[in-house]
Design a protein around this ligand. Structure first.
Ligand SMILES: Cc1cc2nc3c(=O)[nH]c(=O)nc-3n(C[C@H](O)[C@H](O)[C@H](O)COP(=O)(O)O)c2cc1C
Length: 167
């Protein structure tokens, strides 16, 4: 085996699940940010957790609202994942800029992209400092799934975004 840096590790765990973290801005619109560092954390009760970098506007929004919808986007969302992961909602309305069609889900006024395979509506209950990121532990409130939408994954780390194939 060879010694590697952590930045190279995701290339060895590909395909990596990709999500969009959807949060509510003060004007009621949705901010979208690309997020790979998430996982299920408990099943009873349902919990998820994810790590947000300390420069992210999503971090500020969540500190105020404590409410999030984490979505697994469809395979057609490669461009949106790049756009939402390389600009900040602080100075950009990403939904408008990327021309994304949005929809409502029950129980929240945070809108999500139409192209969504799985949506997890959750409340932040705890945060943990993790140096350049902040880990958010959340209680799951509702899950919505659509089997007809194919999920997108990060390949070669996150260098390529595409569907998964069985070997
Ligand atoms: C493929 C990819 C994966 C990313 N994964 C994460 C992640 O897991 N956590 C994170 O904080 N930022 C991640 N980012 C970076 C954020 O999406 C980026 O900082 C974004 O500008 C934050 O948007 P905001 O300022 O509107 O919150 C990722 C970006 C890309 C392109």
């Amino acid at each position: 085996m060879e010694t590697i840096k952590i930045a190279k590790a995701p290339a060895y765990t590909s395909p990596n699940p990709m999500t969009l973290i959807c949060t509510r801005k003060s004007d009621g619109t949705t901010n979208l940010a690309t997020l790979a560092f998430w996982t299920y954390a408990s099943t009873n009760p349902g919990k998820i957790m994810f790590a947000l970098n300390k420069g992210a506007y999503s971090l500020e929004l969540l500190a105020k609202t404590k409410e999030v919808v984490l979505t697994v986007p469809g395979v057609d969302m490669a461009g949106a994942l790049i756009g939402c992961g390389t600009s900040s909602g602080r100075d950009t309305n990403k939904v408008e800029k990327l021309g994304l069609a949005m929809k409502s889900v029950e129980g929240t006024d945070i809108q999500i992209p139409v192209s969504t395979r799985l949506a997890i509506h959750a409340a932040v209950v705890e945060t943990v400092d993790a140096d350049d990121h902040v880990i958010h532990v959340c209680d799951v409130k509702n899950l919505f799934a659509d089997d007809s939408v194919e999920a997108i994954f990060g390949w070669n780390g996150y260098a390529e975004l595409a569907g998964a194939q069985k070997k």
